[in-house]
Ligand binder design. Structure first.
Ligand code: AMP
Ligand code: ZN
Length: 112
């Protein structure tokens, strides 16, 4: 499958890794929108939030447990935002499930 984040997960395309284990990878966004902008992905291919099911949701729980740890490690003590864009209306540009961790400054109160 020609999927950018599958290739990053496999180490075929380099990334600036922040956290990795057998199930997930966190790396810095190549085009950061905030001083700290990290992407967290499952290593298995899931297209997006719209492809999360009861069968594959355990990795999403694992991702969220690690997001809390990563944010602490990143020093985001005053808070941050977790975002996952879905599909065309959500402006998802990479069709592999990922969660953005956005922080390091006061974010806009408007979500859209
Ligand atoms: P989204 O638009 O929500 O699908 O997010 C995709 C994100 O992936 C964007 O914020 C891009 O800047 C980021 N991105 C694209 N290619 C790379 C890459 N090679 N390494 C790190 N981040 C990337
Ligand atoms: Zn993929």
């Amino acid at each position: 499958m020609d999927c950018l984040f599958c290739k990053i997960a496999a180490g075929e395309i380099p990334s600036t890794k922040v956290y990795e284990d057998d199930k997930i990878l966190a790396f810095r966004d190549i085009n950061p929108q905030t001083p700290s902008h990290i992407l967290v992905i499952p290593k298995e291919h899931i297209g997006g939030v719209d492809e999360v099911t009861e069968e594959n949701a355990a990795v999403v729980a694992h991702i969220f447990a690690k997001i809390a740890e990563i944010a602490k490690q990143e020093g985001l003590i005053d808070g941050y935002r977790v975002v996952s864009n879905v599909g065309e209306h959500g402006c998802q540009s990479v069709r592999h499930l990922h969660f953005h961790i956005l922080g390091g400054k006061q974010l806009n109160g408007s979500m859209v």
